[in-house]
Design a protein around this ligand. Structure first.
Ligand code: SF4
Ligand code: SF4
Length: 380
């Protein structure tokens, strides 16, 4: 009798699983239909072609953001939306999460694979720091403004969730008791080299302050032959007034000797601020305009970042600046992140494709952003 019952239960389980799979497949069909209606597969070109056409789009997961569950799902959603590149922390688990997201996306619709880029720094840099405080040190009656202002939901009663903090710095000035400290770090060149030798890593981005080249040179030579595996080398720098172009030329002369792939300059207007609003994008547009009009700038594509959001494309079109494309970070994570936060956690492995209605909503958000650059037809 017990055997008979377990047979029935097994048949019932298989039946339910088939029914669930059918529902899931039907819902994923809607995602596929949306992408095909928007002509994503036909408009999505190979990444190097996008740079040449000026419609390259990069998703920035964050040089210090290391929440692998969110990173996997963000990579999945933005691969479906047709981004050319996904930029992430130079960390093995993070790189694995990005590639898992890409691979799952490609089972839903066989789009071309975006490049995977890892971000490193040559010296102290805003993107490579974590906030830290001891919650036991905080006055009991504190209204916790740090928690309210954090765009990454990285602050809880127990302090800062290290992997979610991406170093934006907004919590530092709001603490009335000055309890929050910034912990800076520099990525290790030999660990970075190992990642660059992987088949599923295509590009590197070197963040530099652009005011000196000694540490830049040291990092570049420390990467050794691993740079021969790359398709793209990006250098991310802020605007440093009149010295910007001459420093870019110095850096290019350091790179040039071993450069056997494309190169790109990421113009970091107002770092990690795209989610703040329209005003944040002005600085990166101003940076682009200065560079575009410079006759002495070195070889390489130009790409905007730092303050990019839904307003960047139209403000850029009005300016007629010739650039290779746009990278979206905080804003891209925010619009999809609020949908990801609706998912119930499945034992720490929350896969967005298991919630196809949410996946559809997330892809629609991502398409609105990426489509502005790629000129998708916006048939939702
Ligand atoms: S506000 Fe910014 S720096 Fe502070 S914990 Fe959140 S992500 Fe980190
Ligand atoms: S604002 Fe400062 S004192 Fe208050 S909880 Fe945050 S870190 Fe602690």
């Amino acid at each position: 009798m017990a055997l008979n019952f377990s047979c029935h239960a097994a048949v019932l389980n298989t039946h339910l699983r088939c029914k669930l799979d059918a529902t899931l497949n039907k819902s994923l069909e809607k995602v596929r239909d949306l992408l095909i209606k928007n002509k994503v597969p036909s408009i999505t070109t190979f990444p190097q072609k996008s740079l040449q056409k000026g419609n390259w789009v990069k998703l920035i997961c964050g040089a210090s953001f290391e929440d692998v569950v969110d990173i996997r799902n963000l990579s999945l959603v933005y691969t479906l939306a047709g981004v050319d590149c996904i930029d992430c922390a130079a960390d093995e688990a993070v790189v694995n999460a990005v590639n898992e997201g890409i691979n799952v996306a490609m089972t839903i619709l066989p789009l071309r694979r975006p490049w995977v880029m890892i971000s490193v720094n040559d010296d102290e840099d805003l993107h490579f720091r974590k906030a830290e405080f001891d919650p036991d040190d905080c006055p009991k009656d504190c209204t916790r403004p740090c928690e309210k202002i954090c765009p990454a939901n990285a602050i809880f009663k127990a302090g800062v969730i290290n992997e979610r903090c991406y170093g934006c710095g907004r919590c530092f000035p709001v603490c009335p008791y000055d309890k929050i400290k910034a912990m800076n770090y520099v990525r290790d060149a030999s660990e970075t080299s190992k990642l660059l030798e992987r088949d599923d890593v295509d590009a590197i981005e070197i963040h530099t302050n652009g005011r000196q080249t000694d540490s830049f040179k040291e990092l570049w030579s420390g990467l050794g032959d691993s740079v021969n595996h790359l398709r793209l080398v990006a250098v991310s720098l802020p605007y440093n007034g009149d010295s910007t172009v001459s420093m870019m030329n110095k850096m290019y002369s350091i790179l040039e000797r071993d450069l056997c792939c494309l190169n790109l300059w990421q113009l970091d207007g107002r770092p990690m601020s795209g989610d703040i609003g329209r005003g944040a994008t002005r600085e990166c547009i101003a940076f682009a305009l200065r560079l575009v009009s410079s006759k002495d700038k070195p070889t390489g594509f130009l790409q905007l970042a730092g303050g990019t959001n839904a307003h960047t494309r139209s403000m850029l079109s009005n300016s007629n600046a010739l650039i290779g494309g746009i990278a979206y970070g905080g804003y891209a994570r925010k619009i999809v992140g609020r949908i990801l936060s609706c998912m119930e956690s499945e034992g720490g492995l929350a896969h967005i494709e298991s919630y196809p209605d949410l996946l559809l909503m997330a892809v629609m958000e991502a398409l609105n952003l990426v489509g502005g650059v790629k000129s998708y037809t916006h048939t939702l």
